[in-house]
Ligand binder design. Sequence first.
Ligand SMILES: C[S@@+](CC[C@H](N)C(=O)[O-])C[C@H]1O[C@@H](n2cnc3c(N)ncnc32)[C@H](O)[C@@H]1O
Length: 410
Amino acid sequence: MRFYRYKDDWVSYLESDFKDKLLSAIRGLSLERLQKFPPPKVEGLPFGNETRVLSRFLSGKSSQLDASAFSTLYRSLLNDELSLLYWAFRQNEYLPTESWRKILDSATIDLWIENKCLLRNGDDKLQCQFSAIAIDGVVFLTDPLKDHGQIWEPFFIVDDDDPANGSEDLRPFYHAYMGLDSLRMIEVMEADSVRGGGRYLDCGPGSGGLLLYFGRRFEQAVGIDISQRAATLSQFNAELNGFDHIKASCDNALELSGKYGRFDLITWNLPFIFMPDEDKDRYIDAFGGELGIGLCLDFIKTLPAIMTESGKACVAALAPITEKNENVLEGRLKRMLGDLKLDCHVRVAQVSVASNKKLWDFHHSFGLAKFESVYLMLKPGNGILTRKEAPFTRRLIDRVRERMYVRKFD
Ligand SMILES: C[S@@+](CC[C@H](N)C(=O)[O-])C[C@H]1O[C@@H](n2cnc3c(N)ncnc32)[C@H](O)[C@@H]1O
């Protein structure tokens, strides 16, 4: 478990008087103008998503979470003002104070430093402590995105400490951000057409990606995250975009049963990585429980108590596939859907494998060859499970990727 010094975290100040000043400064910058410009690609296949990025760029849609090998080319179309905003808020570069003065007035810069939104380094340069991205004109502040080649490790982390021992206010630390998986889930759900109206629940909203994107269309939207930092940030982002009908709270999504009523749409891009038990407390945004599906199955069991009769749910998950080619998730679902009176349509997105040798060996020690990234579309029914395979070209690419990973790790 890791702890952080509450008074040094920029998210803590979203609960103070400073919040209104930050809201108005961010609104004044119109950061949604950056939304179609993809960040640089630093890892993975060099040209993985390029057709998707190009088509989003041409239609003005967001590629802010979809890195491109041609990022420099796209960004060469930005004027000086937008380019500076990109470096400051999307790439979180350390910039000289003179550059920050082109973005914010001096009094605001001082205020942002005081409230931990700007950090000064030894070279007298300033770095923004949050990233800003936009999807479909909705602006989100989030913990700095970890797609620039390094994982953001805040300076206010206190490793292996016991909060009871210190005089400082130390609290358990969990990142609150969003990634390409959130954008993909939005696209998959859009293909199924989300009409809106009624009540919407997004579990584990993180910094509020799905909650705000779909919440706009509903009369009422509720976000429930077990991390207080995430709930605070989602609530701030709802206010930033003027969504008064969207509320975020800190709670356990597995224990809702009726507390917040029933919902017409329920989503959860849930933690689904199969990792050793000792990682549980450290990675609550990733730790998926038994075989990576424990949390997913526990959540599905709660759906009948929180979904309306005509409601539906979409859950992102990773289905473990054994070396004998058995799909463990589908096997378990088939056994429980009837009792829960739910139908489930499994949409396969792509194959997913461990990203490092240690996790690869861990998965193989349980007889797991790979995982399938899937979206489970659930609704009240008779226990029927259907499945839609990934598109043909995706399956071809997956075969090549699988071989590459076997060669790399086996
Ligand atoms: C994979 S992240 C998804 C974040 C965000 N929805 C997105 O798509 O970018 C999973 C989120 O679930 C939250 N979470 C984990 N366990 C939870 C629980 N039992 N109840 C509510 N939220 C939980 C984590 O704090 C994290 O914000």
